[in-house]
Design a protein around this ligand. Structure first.
Ligand SMILES: [Zn+2]
Ligand SMILES: [Zn+2]
Length: 398
């Protein structure tokens, strides 16, 4: 442990109860809250210092730099909100818990960042085209430099807390603090160069650069916050884990059409489980229920398993399925199929049923046409079909 870590450690110990018990959930939450609150207070202080300096010097790049600090405020607010609010239990009015609050705070901050980027950009363009003198004084770059040192100390402290409880959210927050140093150095360089070479418009150009960065941050933070509110796709790893867990249940041969709703603090998962038809309805229900229990225990929240009977494959079924597979080969957008069933409508007459998976980039608007074309081709190639019922798996099911 070096001197800085010792300093950080004694500082954190003063605020966190039961400091050494890092495996405890509550101690972990306290680490996150401390990292968040210290960041928020420090950033607000630095923001005030930079705003005052920027206004006193009449420098738009310093003002832009101050607003850039607010983007780090976004990350710190997320940290506090996610550690505090999201842990609150569900109520009658919010039965899915408060997990998605994590995305509401940054959305508001992102809109704010975007608007400040526009306003500062406008002022910067004026300064670049029609420059007024920046009121430069020798201490100005040094005070600004001191804010970088303060920010680095903050980054060290936050990273120290993050490493202790191994929290990715906290460690990322520390990394964001480091980016700030680069932008501040650019602003200082611009101020010094503008003053000594008598080009006050440099201040405007640097202001434009920083405001473009603000617009970019506002846009990306906003997009990141909106996607999970709309409902995001589950990760490949998550889907793989769900499949593995379900298939480890006795009687479950395979699963398909997995849908996942992520509420932050709980999951709602539905899927189709394929169970051999020999089991009969009561036993199938038992198998599905078992599978649900396993998944609930692993992921938390609610899991519903719809049962699909796997037909016993007689030679007749295999012959028809082979023909069906052959039809599919002329549909390059089709990836896979499941729930293939043959329903006898009357003697010698059949209805063909299947669920079709199409490639990721196929638009939903083409689904109906693909199903229709597939039916037409099937009726040409396979004898005795009255009609087909093809269902294209929706985009949210995997
Ligand atoms: Zn199914
Ligand atoms: Zn049941």
């Amino acid at each position: 442990m070096n001197i800085l870590d010792k300093l950080n450690s004694s500082l954190a110990r003063a605020f966190i109860k039961d400091f050494d018990n890092t495996d405890n959930k509550n101690v972990r939450v306290q680490h996150g809250l401390l990292a968040g609150w210290v960041s928020i207070v420090a950033i607000l202080l630095l923001f005030i210092v930079k705003m005052v300096l920027g206004i006193m010097a009449g420098s738009i790049s310093v003002v832009a730099n101050a607003f850039h600090l607010l983007s780090h405020l976004v990350n710190s607010v997320i940290l506090v909100v996610s550690f505090r609010l999201t842990a609150r239990p569900a109520t009658a009015k919010t039965p899915f818990g408060h997990g998605r609050m994590e995305h509401v705070a940054p959305l508001i901050m992102a809109i704010f960042l975007f608007i400040s980027g526009l306003r500062i950009g406008e002022t910067s363009i004026h300064q670049a085209l029609d420059p007024h003198d920046v009121h430069y004084w020798p201490a100005l770059p040094w005070i600004l430099f001191a804010t970088i040192v303060a920010k680095q100390a903050l980054a060290r402290f936050v990273r120290f807390l993050g490493k202790r409880v191994n929290s990715h959210a906290i460690i990322i927050n520390a990394a964001h603090h480091n980016i700030e140093a680069v932008i501040s150095l650019t602003v200082i360089a611009g101020l010094v160069a503008g003053h000594y070479f008598h080009h006050p418009e440099v201040d405007g150009y640097i202001g434009i650069l920083v405001s473009l960065w603000l617009l970019y941050l506002g846009f990306t933070h906003g997009r990141e916050a909106i996607i999970p509110l709309l409902g995001e796709a589950p990760s490949r790893e998550m889907l793989e884990k769900i499949r593995e867990t379900a298939k480890s249940s006795e009687g479950v041969e395979d699963v398909h059409e997995i849908t996942v709703h992520n509420y932050g603090s709980l999951y709602m998962i539905t899927m189709h489980v394929e169970i051999p038809e020999k089991y009969g309805p009561a036993e199938m229900h038992e198998i599905a229920e078992n599978c649900e229990w396993k998944l609930r225990k692993k992921f938390g929240g609610e899991v519903v398993c719809h049962t699909d009977p796997l037909m016993e494959k007689t030679s007749e079924v295999i012959a028809i399925e082979d023909k069906f597979k052959k039809v599919l080969t002329s549909f390059p957008e089709v990836m896979d199929y499941h729930d293939f069933r043959i329903v006898a409508a009357s003697q010698e007459k059949i209805v063909l049923v299947a669920d079709i998976d199409v490639k990721e980039d196929v638009s939903e608007s083409e689904f109906e046409k693909i199903a229709k074309d597939l039916e037409t081709r099937s009726m040409q190639e396979i004898p005795n079909i009255i009609y087909c019922r093809y269902y294209i798996t929706p985009k949210f099911a995997y």
